[in-house]
Design a protein around this ligand. Structure first.
Ligand SMILES: Nc1ncnc2c1ncn2[C@@H]1O[C@H](COP(=O)(O)OP(=O)(O)OP(=O)(O)O)[C@@H](O)[C@H]1O
Ligand SMILES: [Mg+2]
Length: 297
């Protein structure tokens, strides 16, 4: 866990990664106007930051604006308000060293390109031998070095998602954003993909932002778990997971501390949902910070 995470500010909803922040979002909001004049407020007011090499997970109820937030954070979607800085510079479009993996791998891979050519897709400016070498290395990291000439439709769902991850890491990103990347695969495959993601992020020193519905997955993988309120979303809790990486899934999940974290996050989500449903879309004061269940809101 980066030292600077201890700078997290419990009073304001601002979650900071300190001076080493790679990505910093302040007051990000995004709504979607409709033709009939109504507006869907998706992201309410989000403050967060990610340090270099840090693994941050975001959990939140369905439809609270997680994908919208991710699209804003990587420069794919312009927020209505707020400040977004990457490496200290204002974000205007997707920075070169930021990669994104989406949930729907079957829509993100090109079916007419081989696995290798899919992975090489973002590397067209490189000379062919380097492109080839980078793709091979990335495919080795996701344990797919033996199927470079296959096509995506010849692979299982988990394998296709591994190709999508290989394509992302082949570009040598400093920040990897993942939007529920394992939601469409079976439980066993999911466990394997989680372990693989953990190793890749740790070995490459890659800052990673993972959006997930799965509290266990968030606690197992992340240095920090950020909990969002229902729509329009804001940060209701930041939980620092004080378990050193690399982590072994079976060992970590058997730890009493792991159970405490998952219980804490679960309670925050339930409390927030019940207080929010009572007050419609009004701001939710509940907020928790820390590693002890009794410190939850
Ligand atoms: N392009 C769009 N146009 C209009 N409304 C949108 C658009 N994208 C998202 N929304 C709305 O914004 C809200 C948040 O959507 P978003 O997909 O960001 O939520 P989410 O938390 O990712 O949901 P899920 O958990 O189902 O993945 C929803 O009410 C959705 O209908
Ligand atoms: Mg989503």
């Amino acid at each position: 866990m980066p030292e600077s995470v201890k700078d997290a500010n419990p009073g304001t909803g601002a979650v900071t990664a300190g001076p080493a922040a790679l990505l910093e979002a302040q007051g990000i909001a995004r709504s979607f106007p409709h033709r009939n004049g109504s507006v869907t407020p998706a992201v309410g007011d989000i403050n967060l930051s990610i340090a270099k090499g840090e693994f941050v997970a975001i959990v939140g109820p369905s439809g609270c604006g997680k994908t919208t937030l991710l699209r804003c954070l990587c420069g794919l979607l312009k927020p209505d308000s707020g400040k977004l800085r990457y490496n200290g510079e204002p974000v205007d479009g997707v920075p070169d060293d930021v990669a994104v993996v989406f949930q729907e791998y079957n829509r993100s891979l090109f079916p007419w390109l081989s696995v290798r050519r899919n992975v090489e897709f973002g590397l067209t400016e490189l000379p062919k031998p380097e492109r080839r070498a980078r793709a091979e290395e990335a495919l080795q990291r996701v344990h797919l070095a033996d199927v470079p000439e296959h096509y995506p439709w010849q692979l299982s769902g988990g394998m296709q998602q591994r190709v999508a991850i290989a394509r992302a890491i082949a570009t040598s990103p400093n920040l990897l954003l993942m939007d529920e990347p394992f939601a469409s695969v079976d439980a066993q495959t999911r466990m394997r993909l989680e372990a693989m993601t953990a190793s890749i992020s740790t070995e490459l020193g890659l800052a990673t932002l993972l959006i997930t519905h799965d509290i266990d997955e968030a606690v197992f993988l992340a240095d920090r778990v950020i909990v969002l309120s229902p729509r329009p979303s804001h940060v209701v809790a930041e939980v620092v997971v004080d378990i050193p990486r690399p982590r072994d899934a079976l060992e970590v999940k058997a730890m009493p501390r792991f159970q405490e974290y998952r219980r804490l996050i679960h309670d925050v989500i339930v409390n927030t949902e019940s207080s929010t449903s009572a007050t419609a879309d009004s701001p939710v004061p509940a907020r928790a910070l820390g590693t002890q269940p009794e410190r939850s809101a």
